[in-house]
Design a binder for this molecule. Structure first.
Ligand code: FAD
Length: 401
């Protein structure tokens, strides 16, 4: 396994780090205290700069204007961009668009690609992914109430979804619906593209999450689909293949998320060390002189490095052995990195004392927002069970002394 960073990537990462430091981190005080919509013109300006630097859409296909970096390369980019909550959005590789771009590219019809893929990669429009339902467990998504019933040339969709992230201001949703209730458990659902201006697509509210409902890209919506009618040509991929396609969306997506979380860890760690070095806690003493703080610094450094290597290894496995064979590694990183991130943010916040609770640093934002990492894309417990089952199976018939 070789995780050395090529010269090309060193240059790219250097440019990204500098951009995040000089152009994005200075926007954060306003981002943290005002509606993000106030900043949309500035975001557009920064996105233009990224395009001029030819760093736009690092993970997306070249034919649509992206850089087409491979998974390991983009993992490193994701780490750099994770240092700011604005990073991925400004560079055109933000979730949920990134996943939607992948599946549109892989499964979209020519017509769907022409209509949605180009503008999406270009950042002219945004999209959302609408799967989780209010009344049924997202952890067991085969339990789904939202249906799409054929009527003439159309599908008519009815159901209630929530946590449809970034639906506010999105051009279209990719909605997971039951189309084939008589089929086997994993072949009942399909993905359908629903433009958000379709009658019957009702954005009920942006859900308040940890005290903030947010707006536009930075929000999570509840959506009521009421006799929402779209042409059958909006079906994405084959009918009944919703979960097959969802599986495709998750592997690389987890690497992107986990490396973004490592970027967040790096930022929180830097802030923790800097604060410990600067904060005077007695006339002749800085906080960094205390053993307990030193222990936290050492532990966090070890945790971050371990988690980072696990993610790079999982990305390497996906690229070199295959997504299917890397399932255990993908599940492992999902809960390990989410928990490392939570611990590092918490320790950093603690070192900052009262300041850590304010929005004068980025820590409170990360503390609120990134708690969700242990829930979305599979809760910790679900991944742990899945890993344990695989390991137990590996030991079947094995003689251990
Ligand atoms: C910030 C955020 C953004 C999101 N964005 C999107 C999005 O864009 N699109 C979308 O469709 N969804 C999205 N989601 C929803 C997310 O995918 C679900 O919340 C997740 O799948 C869990 O489903 P649930 O909330 O229904 O919890 P449940 O399925 O009810 O599970 C609740 C808890 O039960 C425990 N649990 C569940 N199953 C098991 C098990 N088998 N064994 C042991 N314990 C178990 C876990 O602790 C779990 O946290 C988002 C969620 C959040 C928080």
């Amino acid at each position: 396994m070789d995780f050395s960073v090529s010269e090309k990537m060193q240059t790219i990462l250097g440019m990204i780090d500098e951009f995040v430091e000089k152009e994005l981190i200075p926007l954060e005080p306003e981002f943290l205290t005002k509606p993000s919509t106030n900043l949309l013109p500035v975001f557009e300006e920064k996105r233009k700069m990224v395009k001029q630097m030819e760093l736009w859409a690092p993970n997306h296909p070249r034919e649509y204007g992206g850089m087409e970096l491979d998974l390991l390369e983009h993992a490193l980019v994701s780490e750099s961009l994770g240092r700011s909550p604005l990073g991925h959005y400004i560079f055109g590789c933000q979730a949920p668009d990134a996943g939607n771009i992948e599946i549109l590219h892989q499964f979209g019809s020519d017509e769907q690609k022409a209509k949605y893929l180009g503008p999406l990669v270009d950042g002219k429009i945004r999209s959302c992914f609408s799967m989780t339902e209010v009344e049924l467990p997202g952890s067991n998504p085969v339990m789904m109430d939202t249906t799409a019933v054929k009527d003439g040339d159309d599908y008519v969709i009815n159901g209630q979804k929530w946590y449809t992230s970034s639906a506010d201001g999105a051009e279209f949703a990719i909605v997971m619906v039951v189309t084939n209730p008589e089929a086997g458990r994993y072949l009942q659902a399909s993905m359908i593209i629903v433009p958000t201006d379709t009658p019957g697509f009702n954005l009920v509210r942006n859900i308040p999450v940890m005290g903030h409902a947010g707006e536009d890209y930075f929000s999570h919506a509840e959506i009521l689909y009421q006799n929402c009618r779209v042409p059958q040509s909006n079906l994405l991929g084959p009918e009944g293949h919703g979960f097959v396609i969802a599986q495709e969306r998750l592997g690389p997506g987890r690497i992107h998320h986990c490396m973004r979380w490592i970027g967040i860890c790096n930022r929180a760690f830097d802030l923790m060390v800097a604060r410990a070095r600067d904060r005077i806690i007695a006339p002749d003493r800085k906080l960094a002189a205390k053993q307990i703080i030193q222990s936290w610094i050492a532990e966090c450094a070890a945790d971050i490095q371990g988690a980072r290597l696990m993610v790079l290894h999982a990305a390497w496995m996906i690229e070199n052995v295959g997504k299917k064979e890397a399932r255990k590694e993908i599940s492992l990183i999902k809960f390990v990195v989410a928990n490392v991130m939570q611990k590092v943010i918490d320790r950093s916040l603690q070192v900052h004392g009262g300041l850590g609770m304010t929005d004068d640093t980025i820590l409170a934002f990360y503390y609120r927002h990134e708690r969700a990492a242990r829930i979305y894309d599979g809760a910790d417990e679900v991944h742990k069970i899945s890993v344990a089952k695989r390991i137990l199976k590996e030991y079947e018939g094995k003689r251990v002394r």
